[in-house]
Design a protein around this ligand. Structure first.
Ligand SMILES: [Zn+2]
Ligand SMILES: [Zn+2]
Length: 334
């Protein structure tokens, strides 16, 4: 089959690789759509993944074969998949916190992902999507990440909330906050196109390079934000989130911080600011799928390009690594 293989730092190539076969308890899915995630871009640019990896964990497709002893799935089923491969026996798995599993595998990181014609995973990871549009179903994973962050934050309608970053995660974060009744909400994003998308979806937005976050929040939220969702992961944006959050407030970090971040913890201490980093999702994946099946939210409004797998290097990873007006790029293996 053809797959996009991470060959080295900043090099991804589409080439022939052996097609996966369904082992015991597994199913093989013909990939219909796979989204390029910000974390894939970090993996591509940072060298944190092993060469030879097939990335891609936001996808949907059709079951083509099932291995021995596989219950609940049959060829022809339309599915998406939970991105975590839990061991199932460690204390974290026992609590349902599979994203903290002691022996965790992850689709597209430790296990071949969906930038390929076919993908094999344990059947337990697949979820039926019914008649849902494949592209919409491929957005279940990023939606589950922001639902996980929302739950971890304990955010309430009385909070003043700042979302830092208007990529897929920041924009979906704002969507699920509005859905939870948070009305005092602002989004910081330097890119004008992304700000326009944020405004269309109902968020007051501003350019943090031209307006101080604290001042904007004062004017639009009536005070410093009591919760900040940091969806960028750069040292500067994490520090700014920490400075901007109100006394006694919380900073929730979803951004992938690939560099160490120098922080003023004296300010955090005197002002009792708390920090929570969140990773991936647990049962929120099923909550995300329910929301999408119910017609809530419009993740496809964030899909700015759809490209064939053969173009993933130049039009996908290449373009997303430079200056661009993309939000979510969807890849079609056909
Ligand atoms: Zn993702
Ligand atoms: Zn485990």
């Amino acid at each position: 089959m053809r797959a996009a293989v991470l060959e080295d730092v900043g090099i991804i190539a589409v080439r022939e690789v052996p097609a996966p076969e369904a082992g015991p308890g597994e199913a093989v899915v013909k990939v219909a759509v796979a989204g390029i995630c910000g974390s894939d871009l970090h993996g591509y640019a940072s060298g944190m993944y092993e060469p030879g990896l097939i990335m891609g964990h936001e996808f949907s497709g059709v079951v083509s074969s099932v291995g021995p002893g596989t219950a609940g799935l049959k060829p022809g089923d339309r599915v998406t998949a939970h991105p975590i491969l839990p061991c199932g026996v460690c204390p974290y798995c026992a609590e349902g916190r599979v994203n903290l599993c002691d022996a965790m595998g992850t689709v597209g990181i430790t296990h071949a992902g969906a930038f390929a014609e076919w993908i094999a995973l344990p059947a337990a990871n697949f979820r039926p999507i019914g008649e849902m549009d494949f592209r919409r179903a491929a957005c279940t994973e990023p939606l589950s990440v922001v639902l996980h962050a929302r739950r971890a934050s304990g955010v309430a309608p009385s909070d003043r909330v700042l979302v830092v970053g208007g990529g897929t995660i920041g924009l979906l974060m704002a969507d699920v906050l509005r859905l939870a009744g948070i009305s005092r909400l602002a989004l910081a994003e330097p890119n004008a196109f992304r700000r326009a998308v944020a405004e269309r979806r109902g968020s007051a937005s501003f350019d943090p390079l031209h307006e101080e976050a604290g001042r904007f929040c004062e004017r639009h939220l009536g005070g410093a934000p009591t919760v900040v969702f940091e969806c960028v992961g750069l040292p500067a944006t994490i520090r700014e989130a920490a400075q901007t959050v109100a006394k006694g407030g919380r900073v929730v970090v979803l951004g992938v911080a690939t560099e160490p971040v120098e922080m003023d913890f004296l300010d955090a201490m005197y002002n009792e600011k708390s920090f929570q980093a969140v990773y991936s999702c647990t049962s929120e994946f099923d909550e995300a799928l329910r929301l999408l099946k119910g017609g809530a939210l419009d993740p496809l409004g964030l899909a700015t390009s759809e490209i064939p797998l053969s173009a993933i290097a130049e039009e996908g990873f290449g373009r997303l690594s430079g200056h661009h007006d993309e939000i979510k790029v969807l890849v079609h293996p056909d």
